[in-house]
Design a protein around this ligand. Structure first.
Ligand SMILES: Nc1ncnc2c1ncn2[C@@H]1O[C@H](COP(=O)(O)OP(=O)(O)OP(=O)(O)O)[C@@H](O)[C@H]1O
Length: 130
């Protein structure tokens, strides 16, 4: 959005925002390998949830967790690009900023795995008659 557009309101501005957001999303998919891994894992989770006929509440929890991971990975990429914009040199603060942003994704992923195990283990045991 051009600087002169900042004060404009309405549908056109909303559409432009969506357009720029899709550009950002495209960049993340193109340049971040982790994002592609998240997408593959999310697809496997959704297929498994369908095959195991999980209840609606579990579907909703899984979708929220998946959306959270995608959003965090996107924000992590935004932090990386911002740091790279500020400095190309090695700087302890640049390292901290990138490492902390990556830590946010890592912590969320750990909890996502725990949530996944809690949701998937009971129906899998049932399926195996255990
Ligand atoms: N300018 C910098 N100063 C100090 N350390 C940095 C700097 N840039 C990156 N690092 C360190 O290198 C790590 C990897 O940085 P990089 O920018 O390559 O991100 P990445 O996690 O590999 O993401 P991607 O390769 O997907 O962009 C960072 O987590 C950080 O520890």
């Amino acid at each position: 959005m051009g600087l002169h557009d900042r004060n404009k309101r309405g549908f056109k501005r909303l559409l432009k925002s969506f357009y720029y957001a899709t550009q950002g999303l495209g960049h993340v998919f193109k340049h971040e390998q982790n994002m592609n891994i998240h997408v593959v894992v999310a697809a496997l989770i959704i297929i498994s949830a369908y095959l195991l006929d999980l209840p609606l509440t579990h579907w909703l929890i899984l979708l929220i967790v998946i959306a959270g991971i995608f959003a965090l990975e996107i924000m992590n990429t935004a932090v990386e690009r911002t740091v790279d914009l500020v400095t190309k040199d090695y700087h302890p603060m640049a390292k901290l900023a990138k490492d902390i942003a990556a830590a946010a994704v890592f912590v969320y992923c750990v909890f996502a795995v725990v949530i996944g195990l809690i949701i998937f283990i009971p129906p899998l045991l049932h399926l195996l008659n255990l």
